[in-house]
Design a protein around this ligand. Structure first.
Ligand code: AP5
Length: 215
């Protein structure tokens, strides 16, 4: 099964992706995580992506698509993937279809997690992520047992560089511009499911899982 999660920054894609991937035994591919890892290791790709990432812009398609296609070629992707944060442009969506079709598979379901902008900003400003395992917390709605320490691996929790307010506003703007085209593309393919993401994590997860079961 191949699933795409769509949603504006802070909609809860990463939070839900972790749960779905575990439940369905799918490999989770998050392009934001791949960029953060490359930027941290100062790879050639990371250095190219860094200015776009830090300003909250989209990394150009040729870089992003190239990175995603190499990830898709890894052996662990053979039995299905959960795409979180990809595609974000029409060109990326078409490239993903072509790549999957060449392996005689396709996207089975596209879920858009819809959340109002005011709530997105509240979620992003309180987010804390684990440097070691990537687990995601929120200062208010899902705090760790010990401030600044990951419950799962005891790693350090930090605030992402691109979660500063002015960068967040730009991220929302650029993603909003592309989103409508993506929704239209997948609606036309009959694969789009829209979930009300403005509820607690468990309720959103329940709806999401039910939607996937129907497919
Ligand atoms: P990326 O890391 O993918 O960031 P994003 O899409 O902006 O999404 P976020 O990670 O901010 O939010 P999320 O929806 O995963 O929410 P989360 O679950 O963490 O991308 C970063 C950058 O990389 C981009 O800006 C761009 O530069 C580049 N990039 C990545 N992919 C690209 C692509 N395809 N093309 C070009 N450039 C690309 O939740 C947020 C917070 O809310 C957490 O604190 C969580 O605990 C809390 N929360 C979650 N769900 C709920 C709920 N139901 N109720 C209350 N709180 C909740």
């Amino acid at each position: 099964m191949n699933i795409v999660l769509l949603g504006l920054p802070g909609a809860g894609k990463g939070t839900q992706a972790a749960r779905i991937a575990e439940n369905k035994g799918l490999v989770k591919i998050n392009t934001g995580d791949l960029f953060r890892d490359n930027i941290r290791r100062e790879t050639e790709l990371g250095l190219k992506a860094k200015p776009y990432y830090e300003s909250g812009g989209l990394v150009p398609d040729e870089i992003t698509i190239g990175m995603l296609l190499s990830r898709l070629d890894a052996p662990d992707c053979g039995s299905g993937c959960l795409f979180d944060g990809f595609p974000r442009t029409l060109a990326q969506a078409k490239a993903l279809d072509t790549a999957l079709n060449s392996k005689a598979v396709e996207i089975d379901s596209v879920v858009y997690i819809e959340v109002p902008e005011k709530e997105l900003i509240a979620r992003i400003s309180g987010r804390r992520s684990c440097r070691r395992c990537g687990a995601v917390y929120h200062e208010v709605t899902s705090p760790p047992e010990q401030v600044g320490v990951c419950d799962r691996c005891r790693g350090e929790l930090y605030q992402r560089e691109d979660d500063k307010e002015e960068v967040v506003r730009n991220r929302l703007l650029v993603n909003q511009e592309q989103l409508q085209q993506l929704l239209a593309y997948y609606r036309k393919q009959g694969k789009l499911e829209i979930i009300d993401g403005d509820r607690d994590v468990e309720s959103v997860n329940r709806d999401l899982m039910q939607g996937l079961e129907r497919r």
